[in-house]
Design a protein around this ligand. Sequence first.
Ligand code: AMP
Length: 285
Amino acid sequence: MKIVRSPVEMKKLSMTMQRSGSSVGLVPTMGALHKGHISLLDRINDTCDFSVMSIFVNPVQFGPKEDFQKYPRPFDADCELAEKAGCDVIFAPSKEDMYPENYCTYVNVEDITDGLCGASRPGHFRGVTTVVLKFFNIVMPQIACFGQKDAQQVLVIKRMVHDLNMSVTIDVAPIFREESGLAMSSRNVYLSDAERVAAPLIYKGLTDAVTQYNNGVIKTDTLINVVTTVIGQSPLLEIEYVELVDTLKIKPVTSVTSAALIAVACRTKESRTRLIDNIVIGGTL
Ligand code: AMP
């Protein structure tokens, strides 16, 4: 496995691969890899000849009070995991190479970035779409894989690709979970022991709502109430939002009549860790 730091070198390598007839797949990550990330890499290895995983903690998508500084960066362990999983290239550029002095270009997907996580993280998606577009231009992948874990991110990136007539195919991987049901996340390392016990209630709330939906309940208020009641069983989980939205405009719906996303964000009381999770009902993302 090759480790590439320079965007220019990465682009050259990708061009060489494509000229020789190989398809290139990309998995963008911020590192601190877990099995969820590796499941994305597996999908790319199944469909592409050459796999690139980017590892870059993107400063532009973090708010001033967020965890950019303390975000875990176990680079050597990440490389070992990625290599074992059959990754061909780790692309890990520096902040300075991605955003040199006088950098001033950003891409902003409007409207669908206002709600859910966008409401409490202003500028977050602008940072995500900017860095992802830069990665697409550097790596030029045929396929890029993203996790449903960050459902709004998937919808925003798909919209950017569509609106800007880009030719990359976006593949969406299911959420990889701990045995407890807790969605795997690089931020789970922040959780206290007690929070780890409480956090699986988020997924339990979501699955209880799906059970209700499968029993014929389609009213949003009722389904949201199921989720908030289950999460409310723990004093360690503070709900930021529980929302049921359509998967096109990401706007609240009053009942489920087509594909809808139940999305949750919570903050834990002890370590102040932000946890997100979701489930799609009546369709796919
Ligand atoms: P991150 O490093 O957190 O930015 O995540 C990089 C990619 O991995 C994103 O597309 C995430 O949605 C995806 N991802 C993170 N956690 C999971 C998970 N538990 N299951 C599946 N995909 C995930």
